[in-house]
Design a binder for this molecule. Sequence first.
Ligand code: SAM
Length: 280
Amino acid sequence: MIEAKKKFGQNFLKDRNILYKIIQAMPHNEFKLIEIGPGLGDLTQELLKVKPLVAYEVDEDLCVYLREKFSKEIEEGSLTLVHTDVLDQFNNGSLQNEPYDLVANLPYYIATTIILKALEDPYCRSMTVMVQKEVAEKFAAVPKTKEFSSLAILAQSIATATLLFDVAPTSFEPQPKVTSSILRIDKKQEFIQDKFLGIFEDEKTLQKFKKYLRCSFQSPRKTWLKNISSEYNREFVEKVMQIHAIPVTIRPHELSVSSHHLLFKHLRLNDARKRDSIHE
Ligand code: SAM
Protein backbone atom coordinates (compact mmCIF):
# COMPACT_ATOMS: atom_id res chain seq x y z
CA MET A 1 0.00 0.00 0.00
CA ILE A 2 1.58 3.28 -1.13
CA GLU A 3 0.83 6.41 0.94
CA ALA A 4 0.45 9.68 -0.98
CA LYS A 5 3.25 12.14 -0.19
CA LYS A 6 2.15 15.72 0.27
CA LYS A 7 5.62 17.12 -0.43
CA PHE A 8 5.45 15.74 -3.99
CA GLY A 9 1.91 17.03 -4.59
CA GLN A 10 0.49 13.51 -4.87
CA ASN A 11 -3.25 13.46 -5.58
CA PHE A 12 -3.94 10.34 -7.60
CA LEU A 13 -6.64 10.54 -10.26
CA LYS A 14 -9.09 7.70 -9.70
CA ASP A 15 -12.05 8.71 -11.89
CA ARG A 16 -11.98 6.55 -15.05
CA ASN A 17 -14.34 8.93 -16.83
CA ILE A 18 -11.86 11.78 -16.42
CA LEU A 19 -9.00 9.54 -17.59
CA TYR A 20 -10.92 8.84 -20.83
CA LYS A 21 -11.74 12.52 -21.25
CA ILE A 22 -8.03 13.38 -21.00
CA ILE A 23 -7.21 10.80 -23.69
CA GLN A 24 -9.89 12.33 -25.92
CA ALA A 25 -8.60 15.84 -25.25
CA MET A 26 -4.91 15.17 -26.02
CA PRO A 27 -3.51 15.49 -29.55
CA HIS A 28 -3.29 12.28 -31.56
CA ASN A 29 -0.33 12.65 -33.88
CA GLU A 30 3.14 11.29 -34.68
CA PHE A 31 5.04 13.16 -31.95
CA LYS A 32 6.70 11.62 -28.90
CA LEU A 33 4.55 11.43 -25.77
CA ILE A 34 5.81 12.59 -22.37
CA GLU A 35 4.15 12.24 -18.96
CA ILE A 36 5.35 14.08 -15.87
CA GLY A 37 4.59 12.37 -12.56
CA PRO A 38 3.05 9.00 -13.49
CA GLY A 39 2.24 8.37 -9.80
CA LEU A 40 0.45 5.03 -9.47
CA GLY A 41 0.25 4.73 -13.26
CA ASP A 42 -3.51 5.03 -13.92
CA LEU A 43 -3.09 7.73 -16.59
CA THR A 44 0.11 6.04 -17.81
CA GLN A 45 -1.85 2.85 -18.51
CA GLU A 46 -4.35 4.74 -20.69
CA LEU A 47 -1.60 6.69 -22.47
CA LEU A 48 0.21 3.43 -23.30
CA LYS A 49 -2.90 2.32 -25.23
CA VAL A 50 -2.34 5.34 -27.50
CA LYS A 51 1.43 5.06 -28.02
CA PRO A 52 4.80 4.53 -26.31
CA LEU A 53 5.81 7.12 -23.76
CA VAL A 54 8.57 8.52 -21.57
CA ALA A 55 7.55 9.26 -17.97
CA TYR A 56 9.48 11.35 -15.41
CA GLU A 57 8.89 10.54 -11.74
CA VAL A 58 10.73 12.08 -8.77
CA ASP A 59 9.53 9.67 -6.05
CA GLU A 60 11.80 6.62 -5.72
CA ASP A 61 9.05 4.57 -3.94
CA LEU A 62 6.69 5.16 -6.85
CA CYS A 63 9.43 4.27 -9.33
CA VAL A 64 9.90 0.89 -7.59
CA TYR A 65 6.12 0.31 -7.77
CA LEU A 66 5.91 1.41 -11.43
CA ARG A 67 8.89 -0.73 -12.50
CA GLU A 68 7.02 -3.76 -11.21
CA LYS A 69 3.59 -2.74 -12.50
CA PHE A 70 4.88 -1.98 -16.00
CA SER A 71 7.73 -4.52 -16.15
CA LYS A 72 6.47 -5.90 -19.48
CA GLU A 73 6.09 -2.46 -21.09
CA ILE A 74 9.50 -1.35 -19.80
CA GLU A 75 11.12 -4.52 -21.13
CA GLU A 76 9.40 -4.16 -24.52
CA GLY A 77 10.50 -0.51 -24.66
CA SER A 78 7.03 1.05 -24.89
CA LEU A 79 7.52 2.75 -21.49
CA THR A 80 10.69 4.56 -20.51
CA LEU A 81 10.59 5.48 -16.84
CA VAL A 82 13.05 8.17 -15.77
CA HIS A 83 13.64 8.64 -12.05
CA THR A 84 14.42 12.34 -11.77
CA ASP A 85 13.18 15.77 -10.77
CA VAL A 86 11.71 17.04 -14.03
CA LEU A 87 12.84 20.59 -13.24
CA ASP A 88 16.48 19.41 -13.29
CA GLN A 89 15.80 17.84 -16.66
CA PHE A 90 14.35 21.12 -18.00
CA ASN A 91 17.29 23.06 -16.57
CA ASN A 92 19.66 20.76 -18.45
CA GLY A 93 17.89 21.65 -21.71
CA SER A 94 14.86 19.99 -23.28
CA LEU A 95 12.95 16.93 -22.01
CA GLN A 96 13.58 15.39 -25.46
CA ASN A 97 15.59 16.16 -28.55
CA GLU A 98 12.61 15.76 -30.83
CA PRO A 99 9.06 17.21 -30.90
CA TYR A 100 6.85 15.98 -28.08
CA ASP A 101 3.40 16.38 -26.54
CA LEU A 102 3.12 16.60 -22.78
CA VAL A 103 0.18 14.96 -21.00
CA ALA A 104 0.07 15.02 -17.20
CA ASN A 105 -1.77 15.42 -13.96
CA LEU A 106 0.79 17.92 -12.70
CA PRO A 107 1.98 18.25 -9.10
CA TYR A 108 0.25 21.53 -8.15
CA TYR A 109 3.14 22.97 -6.14
CA ILE A 110 5.25 23.35 -9.32
CA ALA A 111 2.58 23.28 -12.06
CA THR A 112 3.09 26.91 -13.17
CA THR A 113 6.88 26.49 -13.26
CA ILE A 114 6.60 23.30 -15.33
CA ILE A 115 4.22 24.96 -17.83
CA LEU A 116 6.53 27.98 -18.19
CA LYS A 117 9.54 25.70 -18.75
CA ALA A 118 7.63 23.64 -21.35
CA LEU A 119 6.45 26.83 -23.08
CA GLU A 120 10.06 27.84 -23.58
CA ASP A 121 11.15 24.35 -24.61
CA PRO A 122 11.04 24.56 -28.42
CA TYR A 123 10.55 20.79 -28.71
CA CYS A 124 7.36 20.83 -26.65
CA ARG A 125 4.51 21.09 -29.15
CA SER A 126 1.53 20.89 -26.81
CA MET A 127 0.41 20.33 -23.24
CA THR A 128 -2.76 18.64 -22.01
CA VAL A 129 -2.39 19.10 -18.28
CA MET A 130 -4.42 18.90 -15.10
CA VAL A 131 -3.77 21.91 -12.89
CA GLN A 132 -5.51 23.87 -10.16
CA LYS A 133 -8.49 25.67 -11.76
CA GLU A 134 -7.09 29.11 -10.85
CA VAL A 135 -3.84 28.31 -12.65
CA ALA A 136 -5.73 27.22 -15.79
CA GLU A 137 -7.79 30.43 -15.64
CA LYS A 138 -4.63 32.52 -15.44
CA PHE A 139 -3.07 30.94 -18.52
CA ALA A 140 -6.29 31.07 -20.56
CA ALA A 141 -7.43 34.54 -19.39
CA VAL A 142 -8.72 37.16 -21.83
CA PRO A 143 -7.93 40.91 -21.74
CA LYS A 144 -9.86 43.23 -19.42
CA THR A 145 -10.48 40.52 -16.83
CA LYS A 146 -8.71 40.49 -13.48
CA GLU A 147 -7.02 37.16 -14.30
CA PHE A 148 -5.31 38.65 -17.37
CA SER A 149 -1.69 39.08 -16.34
CA SER A 150 1.85 38.74 -17.67
CA LEU A 151 1.44 34.94 -17.43
CA ALA A 152 -1.46 34.91 -19.94
CA ILE A 153 0.33 37.34 -22.27
CA LEU A 154 3.54 35.32 -22.26
CA ALA A 155 1.69 32.02 -22.79
CA GLN A 156 -0.57 33.42 -25.51
CA SER A 157 2.41 34.97 -27.32
CA ILE A 158 3.89 31.50 -27.73
CA ALA A 159 0.79 29.30 -27.82
CA THR A 160 -2.98 29.12 -27.62
CA ALA A 161 -4.32 28.26 -24.16
CA THR A 162 -7.79 26.80 -23.52
CA LEU A 163 -9.44 25.64 -20.30
CA LEU A 164 -11.22 22.48 -21.48
CA PHE A 165 -13.16 21.23 -18.43
CA ASP A 166 -13.19 21.19 -14.63
CA VAL A 167 -12.50 18.19 -12.40
CA ALA A 168 -14.02 17.91 -8.92
CA PRO A 169 -11.90 17.06 -5.84
CA THR A 170 -13.88 13.79 -5.49
CA SER A 171 -12.11 12.44 -8.60
CA PHE A 172 -8.83 12.13 -6.65
CA GLU A 173 -7.36 10.07 -3.83
CA PRO A 174 -6.55 11.83 -1.52
CA GLN A 175 -8.92 14.67 -2.41
CA PRO A 176 -7.33 18.09 -2.95
CA LYS A 177 -8.96 21.16 -1.33
CA VAL A 178 -9.48 22.88 -4.68
CA THR A 179 -11.18 22.28 -8.03
CA SER A 180 -8.90 21.27 -10.89
CA SER A 181 -9.10 21.89 -14.64
CA ILE A 182 -7.71 20.39 -17.78
CA LEU A 183 -5.74 23.01 -19.65
CA ARG A 184 -4.69 22.53 -23.27
CA ILE A 185 -1.82 24.56 -24.66
CA ASP A 186 -0.79 24.35 -28.32
CA LYS A 187 2.38 26.01 -29.57
CA LYS A 188 1.96 28.44 -32.41
CA GLN A 189 3.61 27.33 -35.65
CA GLU A 190 6.13 30.17 -35.53
CA PHE A 191 7.40 29.10 -32.10
CA ILE A 192 8.48 25.54 -32.68
CA GLN A 193 11.62 23.48 -32.87
CA ASP A 194 14.78 25.51 -32.48
CA LYS A 195 13.51 28.60 -34.24
CA PHE A 196 12.20 31.66 -32.42
CA LEU A 197 10.19 33.50 -35.03
CA GLY A 198 7.36 36.03 -34.92
CA ILE A 199 8.10 38.78 -32.44
CA PHE A 200 10.76 36.70 -30.71
CA GLU A 201 13.41 36.38 -33.36
CA ASP A 202 15.85 35.01 -30.81
CA GLU A 203 16.12 33.88 -27.20
CA LYS A 204 17.37 37.33 -26.13
CA THR A 205 14.24 39.05 -27.45
CA LEU A 206 12.05 36.63 -25.52
CA GLN A 207 13.96 37.41 -22.31
CA LYS A 208 13.53 41.15 -23.03
CA PHE A 209 9.80 40.64 -23.55
CA LYS A 210 9.59 38.93 -20.15
CA LYS A 211 11.35 41.94 -18.62
CA TYR A 212 8.91 44.26 -20.43
CA LEU A 213 5.98 42.26 -18.97
CA ARG A 214 7.40 42.37 -15.44
CA CYS A 215 7.72 46.12 -15.76
CA SER A 216 4.24 46.55 -17.35
CA PHE A 217 2.55 44.68 -14.49
CA GLN A 218 4.73 45.75 -11.56
CA SER A 219 1.71 47.60 -10.07
CA PRO A 220 -1.30 46.11 -11.90
CA ARG A 221 -3.70 48.75 -10.53
CA LYS A 222 -1.58 51.62 -11.82
CA THR A 223 -1.65 52.76 -15.43
CA TRP A 224 0.55 50.96 -17.91
CA LEU A 225 2.23 54.29 -18.68
CA LYS A 226 3.22 54.83 -15.05
CA ASN A 227 4.59 51.31 -14.72
CA ILE A 228 6.57 51.36 -17.96
CA SER A 229 7.97 54.86 -17.34
CA SER A 230 10.11 53.45 -14.53
CA GLU A 231 12.16 51.74 -17.26
CA TYR A 232 11.55 53.70 -20.48
CA ASN A 233 11.51 57.40 -21.44
CA ARG A 234 8.03 58.70 -20.57
CA GLU A 235 7.90 61.30 -23.35
CA PHE A 236 8.71 58.70 -25.98
CA VAL A 237 6.14 56.25 -24.54
CA GLU A 238 3.44 58.95 -24.57
CA LYS A 239 4.22 59.70 -28.21
CA VAL A 240 3.88 56.01 -29.16
CA MET A 241 0.56 55.78 -27.29
CA GLN A 242 -0.72 58.87 -29.07
CA ILE A 243 0.22 57.53 -32.53
CA HIS A 244 -1.69 54.30 -31.81
CA ALA A 245 -4.63 56.07 -30.14
CA ILE A 246 -4.05 54.25 -26.84
CA PRO A 247 -5.43 56.27 -23.89
CA VAL A 248 -2.77 57.20 -21.29
CA THR A 249 -5.13 56.02 -18.54
CA ILE A 250 -5.13 52.41 -19.78
CA ARG A 251 -4.05 49.73 -17.28
CA PRO A 252 -1.80 46.80 -18.23
CA HIS A 253 -4.57 44.16 -18.18
CA GLU A 254 -6.73 46.27 -20.52
CA LEU A 255 -4.24 46.02 -23.39
CA SER A 256 -4.59 43.03 -25.74
CA VAL A 257 -1.75 40.58 -26.40
CA SER A 258 -1.13 42.17 -29.83
CA SER A 259 -1.12 45.69 -28.32
CA HIS A 260 1.55 44.55 -25.86
CA HIS A 261 3.57 43.16 -28.80
CA LEU A 262 3.22 46.44 -30.68
CA LEU A 263 4.28 48.55 -27.70
CA PHE A 264 7.18 46.22 -26.92
CA LYS A 265 8.38 46.49 -30.53
CA HIS A 266 8.39 50.31 -30.37
CA LEU A 267 10.21 50.36 -27.03
CA ARG A 268 12.79 47.91 -28.29
CA LEU A 269 13.40 49.99 -31.40
CA ASN A 270 13.88 53.03 -29.23
CA ASP A 271 16.26 51.02 -27.07
CA ALA A 272 18.28 50.05 -30.15
CA ARG A 273 18.37 53.71 -31.27
CA LYS A 274 19.59 54.74 -27.83
CA ARG A 275 22.34 52.13 -28.06
CA ASP A 276 23.28 53.30 -31.58
CA SER A 277 23.52 56.92 -30.48
CA ILE A 278 25.88 55.88 -27.67
CA HIS A 279 28.21 54.40 -30.28
CA GLU A 280 27.88 57.26 -32.79
N1 SAM B 1 -0.25 10.86 -12.78
C1 SAM B 1 -0.72 10.43 -11.48
C2 SAM B 1 -2.23 10.49 -11.45
O1 SAM B 1 -2.81 11.13 -12.33
O2 SAM B 1 -2.82 9.90 -10.56
C3 SAM B 1 -0.12 11.22 -10.34
C4 SAM B 1 -0.34 12.71 -10.38
S1 SAM B 1 0.17 13.54 -8.90
C5 SAM B 1 -0.87 14.96 -8.94
C6 SAM B 1 1.75 14.28 -9.32
C7 SAM B 1 2.89 13.32 -9.60
O3 SAM B 1 4.07 14.09 -9.90
C8 SAM B 1 3.29 12.45 -8.42
O4 SAM B 1 3.51 11.14 -8.88
C9 SAM B 1 4.59 13.05 -7.89
O5 SAM B 1 5.43 12.14 -7.23
C10 SAM B 1 5.18 13.57 -9.20
N2 SAM B 1 6.15 14.67 -9.01
C11 SAM B 1 6.12 15.66 -8.08
N3 SAM B 1 7.15 16.50 -8.23
C12 SAM B 1 7.85 16.05 -9.31
C13 SAM B 1 9.05 16.48 -9.96
N4 SAM B 1 9.70 17.57 -9.53
N5 SAM B 1 9.52 15.77 -11.02
C14 SAM B 1 8.84 14.65 -11.45
N6 SAM B 1 7.71 14.19 -10.87
C15 SAM B 1 7.22 14.87 -9.82
